[in-house]
Design a binder for this molecule. Structure first.
Ligand SMILES: [Zn+2]
Length: 457
């Protein structure tokens, strides 16, 4: 099973615009692709058979038809595997035999990983389209450029191996996957030196990193005085780019940091432009924004459902990608791009949302903004083992632990109030999921997240 696709992609918080008026030809193309994909899904794809009853039909406008449909989740993808989302006229067996498609596992951030029918040509086309949304990426990324990747070996690359793999075994196409350990806290000095040497020898045009791994690498390289070559650009993806991670990455790397957001299910959905806003890859996908209730940060904050346009093998309609999006409302973006949705930020996983004493949502971005101001902090993770109890795990500079824990606890106290028992402790490592991803917030009991958008009517 190949496992070389990028995982969920996240962002930097920035200023952006609400939907700006697109050029009429782009707009009509977007509506046509939206309609064609909807009709293909409802008429030709078995996994959507039960959705037909909700469709008001071709006399209704395309936005109205989309709005009437449910959301697609990982559960349906799993239940209908392998052929449930393949259009009837395609045959999976010959497609697999010809190498047009392969089975691929998503790099889910929790244990809800899904196996998909994956079409590499579609993925690459969506990536190329996304590069056009950032000037640095457009100029440097030509499609054959070398790229070094620093992320969990469970999420990308040749797969995790207990036996160390050679550079040749970790080079797939134009990508070199340098990390071989699941948790960066287990890197030896020799691991950090080897990764730096490999990056220096490969001279990548682009470095792609999970912010947690890239920050740990930058910190360790800097502490050991190891020189690392400067790529022309850095793509941040796979997980939320915490301010504390960005700070560590910028101490070592001078290239532009570009957030690239998407998932194995959806391809590349948003790309951060050179002005720092996230633009929709609207030639490749439709995005429906569903605002949260006002008390939780709506209408600018909400969830996003992604519909993929050009994947002939795997039809994805209104996929709930599971992250919190914040629409931009600062007027037209200075970069000049005018089509598609513009986000200010992705604010972390919906599943990582917690609630203040009034019951209002607190996102990973909210927590990160508060905790990033704690001096000496290089990583954080909040566990909620049971209601009324929180345990913060922090990584801190030597000698800063006591003060950092106290300050971090005080900052959480401001957010969550006096009714919660909050502990904070320094730790050598953050804890990873079995997928290899590091979550910021881990709530061990069920929470009704639909309350974020469900009105009480
Ligand atoms: Zn822009």
């Amino acid at each position: 099973m190949a496992n070389r696709k990028r995982g969920k992609k996240t962002t930097v918080r920035k200023q952006a615009t609400p939907k700006a008026p697109a050029r009429p030809d782009r707009q009509s193309r977007y509506r046509r692709l939206s309609r064609e994909t909807l009709e293909l899904a409802l008429n030709e794809v078995p996994g959507y058979a039960e959705w037909r009853q909700f469709d008001p039909g071709p006399k209704a406008g395309v936005d109205e038809r989309y709005a009437a449909l449910p959301a697609l989740t990982k559960r349906e993808l799993r239940e209908h595997f392998p052929a449930g989302f393949v259009p009837r006229q395609r045959e999976l067996g010959p497609g697999l035999a010809a190498g047009e498609v392969e089975f691929a596992q998503t790099s889910g951030s929790t244990d809800d990983r899904v196996t998909l029918v994956f079409n590499p040509a579609w993925w690459e086309a969506s990536e190329r389209a996304a590069w056009a949304l950032n000037r640095h990426a457009r100029d440097a990324a030509v499609g054959r450029h070398r790229e070094a990747v620093l992320a969990s070996p469970r999420c990308v690359g040749p797969g995790y191996s207990a036996r160390p793999l050679s550079v040749a075994e970790r080079t797939i196409g134009r990508h070199l996957y340098v990390n071989q350990k699941i948790n960066p806290a287990t890197w030896s000095d020799g691991d950090v030196r080897r990764m730096a040497q490999e990056i220096n020898g490969y001279e990548p045009v682009a470095l792609e990193g999970d912010p947690a791994y890239l920050a740990a690498f930058a910190r360790r390289a800097s502490e050991s005085g190891i020189e690392v070559c400067q790529p022309r650009l850095i793509f941040l993806t796979y997980s939320y780019p915490s301010l504390v991670y960005l700070r560590q990455i910028r101490q070592v790397f001078s290239a532009p940091l570009i957030s690239s957001y998407g998932s194995t299910e959806t391809g590349h959905v948003f790309m951060e432009c050179e002005a720092g806003r996230l633009h929709q890859n609207s030639g490749h996908c439709r995005v429906d924004f569903l605002p949260w209730l006002f008390r939780h940060g709506g209408p600018r904050r909400g969830r996003i459902l992604v519909t993929v346009f050009h994947n002939p093998w795997f039809v994805v309609l209104r996929f709930d990608i599971g992250d919190v999006a914040r629409l931009d409302d600062h007027g037209p973006c200075p970069c000049g791009r005018r089509s598609g949705m513009v986000l200010q930020a992705i604010e972390g996983r919906v599943g990582d949302v917690t609630f203040d004493p009034e019951g209002n949502a607190v996102t990973v971005a909210d927590l990160d903004a508060a905790l990033a101001r704690v001096p000496g902090l290089s990583g954080w993770q909040l566990d909620l083992p049971r209601p009324g109890e929180m345990r913060l795990r922090v990584q801190v500079d030597a000698g800063a632990a006591r003060r950092a824990c106290r300050e971090a606890r005080e900052r959480l106290r401001v957010i969550y109030g006096e009714g919660v028992r909050i502990e904070a402790a320094a730790a050598r490592a953050l804890q990873h999921e079995s997928s290899g991803k590091m979550r910021f917030v881990r709530t061990a009991y069920p929470v009704d997240l639909a309350a974020l958008w469900r009105s009480k009517r």
